[in-house]
Ligand binder design. Structure first.
Ligand SMILES: NC(=O)c1ccc[n+]([C@@H]2O[C@H](COP(=O)([O-])OP(=O)(O)OC[C@H]3O[C@@H](n4cnc5c(N)ncnc54)[C@H](OP(=O)(O)O)[C@@H]3O)[C@@H](O)[C@H]2O)c1
Length: 330
């Protein structure tokens, strides 16, 4: 109740920010011209706003996108506002392991540093669809593609942090909806190939997996003494492409009530930008943030053994798939 009132009134939490803070406000005064960030899903919604604001603060922004025309429009908009902004565009389809691998090879070949990785892209798929790797589309895009992307650029981030002394930061976009997932429904083989598909469940499960990924990776990074953190963000409910896709299950009247609780896109990008640049969370890792403050995720999301199990299963699956002779390597 207290949390809801705080959200509705936009009352600031311990960080000094709250639900009504915008991405520009939480990064005010940040000078980040020495930083390079990869942001997925930056062709619209929260990702596009995150890219705009980070570029405004001086960050070199790398946008891997499946729609290069939209990515070029985003780049144009950023450079109109910030003429000196450096924005690099690449092609990626996060639902395809080979495409993710191809992007990583192209990016790493440039020899650029990497300080920030924002795993923001996301889909909600009302109907059951499969990726080219024959994996349920939501899980393939929201979780597996980002798992592989993170794995492939991680050593570059660790190396950059060691060379520059600047802590690397990885941010996974999740959702409060992760807490709807029941333990018995979270089964790896069913996530890949669901029996009775429900779009909202698939979305919630993929978002739970992104939290477990961050928690497990954070433990591994700490064990390696790597100067790279990984945190998770719930951006709030923001009327973007992904919410419009949910309309089928939210009735019009519910949607009307919900719309009163929606954040603007700039408010929706604030927690990501806070996690990417704020000096307040230097060294903080493995945490879940909402409204620019540390928050609580579900007991299942905090379950260490489930996260380890998911990590191992994912790693084995990805490496098995990428070794298959039918997969064209680049
Ligand atoms: N909006 C909310 O209320 C809300 C709430 C909780 C969490 N989130 C999370 O916040 C993140 C951003 O969502 P949003 O609301 O900004 O949604 P959005 O406006 O629909 O943007 C999603 C982005 O992901 C990209 N994308 C989707 N599938 C992709 C693929 N296979 N390969 C590469 N890129 C792909 C889209 O690219 P295209 O331009 O090619 O479609 C788009 O740029 C998502 O992870 C979402 O789950 C959002």
């Amino acid at each position: 109740m207290k949390e809801t009132l705080r959200y509705l009134a936009g009352i600031a939490g311990p960080s000094g920010y709250g639900s009504k803070s915008t991405a520009e406000q939480v990064t005010q005064g940040s000078v980040a011209s020495h930083l390079t960030a990869i942001i997925t899903g930056a062709t619209s919604g929260i990702g596009a706003e995150t890219a705009r604001v980070l570029a405004k603060r001086g960050v070199r922004v790398v946008i891997p996108a499946r729609d290069l025309k939209r990515a070029a429009e985003v780049k144009e908009g950023i450079q109109r506002e910030s003429p000196n902004a450096e924005v690099l565009l690449f092609e990626i389809d996060l639902s395809s392991l080979v495409s993710v691998q191809r992007f990583c090879h192209q990016f790493l070949a440039l020899g650029l540093p990497l300080n920030i990785l924002i795993n923001n892209a996301g889909v909600y798929s009302k109907n059951l669809e499969f990726s080219e790797d024959k994996i349920e589309m939501t899980f393939a895009t929201n979780y597996l593609g980002h798992y592989l992307l993170t794995e492939m650029v991680l050593e570059k981030m660790i190396e950059t942090a060691a060379e520059t002394g600047v802590q690397g930061r990885i941010i996974n976009l999740s959702s409060v909806i992760h807490s709807w997932v029941k333990r018995d429904d979270f089964c790896f083989t069913r996530l890949l190939n669901p029996k009775n598909y429900n779009g909202t469940c698939a979305y919630a499960q993929s978002k739970l997996a992104t939290i477990m990924h961050a928690k497990e990776m954070s433990r591994q990074l700490k064990a390696r003494n790597a100067r790279v953190t990984i945190n998770v963000v719930h951006p709030g409910i923001v009327k973007t492409g992904i919410i419009r896709a949910h309309k089928g299950f939210i009735t019009d009247s519910l949607f009307f009530i919900a719309s009163k609780l929606l954040k603007s896109i700039s408010q929706g990008a604030s927690t990501t930008c806070y996690a990417a640049l704020s000096p307040q969370i230097e060294g903080v890792s493995g945490k879940y943030f909402a409204d620019c403050n540390e928050s609580n995720c579900s007991a299942l999301a905090n379950d260490e053994s489930e996260a380890k199990k998911l990590w191992k299963q994912t790693r084995a699956l990805i490496h098995r798939r990428l070794r298959q002779p039918s997969v064209k390597h680049l």
